[in-house]
Design a protein around this ligand. Structure first.
Ligand SMILES: NC(=O)c1ccc[n+]([C@@H]2O[C@H](COP(=O)([O-])OP(=O)(O)OC[C@H]3O[C@@H](n4cnc5c(N)ncnc54)[C@H](O)[C@@H]3O)[C@@H](O)[C@H]2O)c1
Length: 400
């Protein structure tokens, strides 16, 4: 497992991949706007952006004026806007983060590109074949850069896993699991929401870990929002994606298991990696700290510490108990709880956005997932949807 000369417990360095850094001599920060200041942007993109020395948050935009104003005040944006056309008309804005609901993502991103902005577009990036085709066409015509928010590629635990797996030829068999309390947080969404909105993260990861093209998909539902999806890739690699919205907050939400030619790797909830079978001297076991994007999260991240899964379980159990108590309080008009264990794990949100921001002044493409990656992920989702309906193995349509 360890490359020659590496210290025990040290993972091989990733080959041939450099993070973008500004290559010119410019000293001014990138002027940014965030479009869509909902739950996710307020928890991650806005606090992360304002802590980046390379960025300045010039404007926030939300169709809801109160949300826009509140975000501007909370994060110190110079302008609060209610319509994305105001953002596009402001020539001082170089790049935008698009974090609106999935149905509106592609149209807003296309308009941004046509206005000459670089775009960090939240996953999935579109909801139809025509969304991806027209966005790719606009990007190529206008020359802007578009990065997709498949942030899990930048999670330190998954980056380390990828280095280990690729050093041994990549995974042959892969399990990616995501199980949470979707029955609670997604109760306002139509059933099937997890397949449409969340599974894309895991489809992207499966393709990214294997660096192979998906050929076929078989999907089975135990019930709504409780799926197992088997993807066969070129070269014979198989990935199983298990996604369930029927777990509870105290359950570790995500797990990766991968088997390569010589060994195997397990990652638990982004905080602990274990590798087996790669070397005579050591069985690497790495822990990864969480990451607090907000002050209120800091004590909880400290409590996870470097204790790996044990630390994460401790925090999950405590927060679950607190949330259950608060749910009773919320029903009677009490305060809602704010700290959620899933946002305490380092899923690469900061690094992913930072890589994009750093690429803006340079002449290099950002190292993030591309629109083509997002399109391929959409095609896997589409095949899974068809397989659920037909009960058959379905072919993944090919892009042009
Ligand atoms: N990468 C991740 O880990 C991750 C996690 C959660 C959500 N997301 C993505 O972030 C996006 C937002 O999710 P959320 O949970 O914050 O949703 P949300 O509903 O809480 O927030 C969306 C916000 O967009 C605003 N909005 C809607 N239409 C708009 C428009 N045309 N112009 C400007 N603002 C508009 C809404 O008023 C709302 O404030 C989704 O695409 C979701 O897939 C990504």
């Amino acid at each position: 497992m360890n490359s020659p000369g590496a210290q025990p417990n040290e993972l091989p360095k990733e080959e041939g991949k450099e993070r973008s850094t500004p290559t010119d001599t410019r000293t001014t920060a990138v002027r940014m706007a965030v479009i869509g200041c909902g739950n996710f942007a307020r928890r991650q993109h806005l606090p992360n952006l304002v802590s980046m020395p390379e960025a300045v948050l010039h404007a926030v935009c939300d169709i809801n004026p109160k949300t826009a104003q509140a975000a501007a005040e909370a994060f110190g944006a110079e302008e609060a806007m209610c319509c994305s056309t105001e953002v596009f008309a402001d020539e001082s804005i170089e790049a935008v983060v698009v974090a609106v609901p999935d149905d509106f993502q592609a149209d807003i991103a296309r308009a941004a590109v046509e206005a000459g902005k670089h775009v960090y577009l939240e996953k999935p990036g579109g909801v139809s074949e025509s969304d991806y085709r027209s966005l790719i066409e606009a990007r190529d015509r206008c020359g802007s850069r578009v990065a997709i928010g498949f942030n899990k590629r930048f999670a330190p635990a998954y980056a380390a896993a990828a280095r280990t797996l690729r050093a041994d030829g990549g995974p042959r068999n892969l399990l990616l699991r995501m199980s949470d309390d979707g029955w609670r947080w997604a109760r306002h969404l139509p059933s099937g929401a997890l397949l449409e909105h969340d599974a894309c993260h895991l489809f992207d990861l499966a393709a990214w870990f294997t660096r192979r093209r998906a050929l076929t998909v078989y999907a089975a539902a135990a019930r709504d929002d409780d799926y197992s999806i088997v993807i066969r890739f070129e070269g014979g690699t198989v990935a199983t994606v298990l996604i369930s919205g029927h777990a509870t907050m105290d359950f570790p939400k995500e797990r990766l298991e991968a088997v390569t030619e010589r060994g195997s790797v397990v990652v638990d909830d982004f905080v602990e990696l274990k590798a087996f079978g790669y070397g005579p001297t050591t069985i690497p076991s790495l822990t990864f700290p969480g990451r607090a994007s907000r002050k209120v999260d800091e004590p909880w991240v400290e409590r996870i510490g470097n204790r790996g899964l044990a630390g994460m379980l401790d925090v999950r159990r405590t927060l679950w108990t607190l949330h259950k108590e608060h749910e009773v309080a919320e029903d009677s008009g009490g305060p809602s709880t704010s700290v959620l264990p899933n946002f305490l794990r380092d899923q690469g949100w900061y690094e992913s956005l930072h890589a994009f921001v750093a690429s803006v002044p340079s002449d290099r493409d950002p190292p993030n997932a591309t629109l083509e990656d997002a399109h391929r992920t959409f095609l896997i989702t589409d095949a899974a949807r068809r397989s659920l309906a037909s009960g058959q193995v379905e072919t993944v349509n090919v892009e042009d």
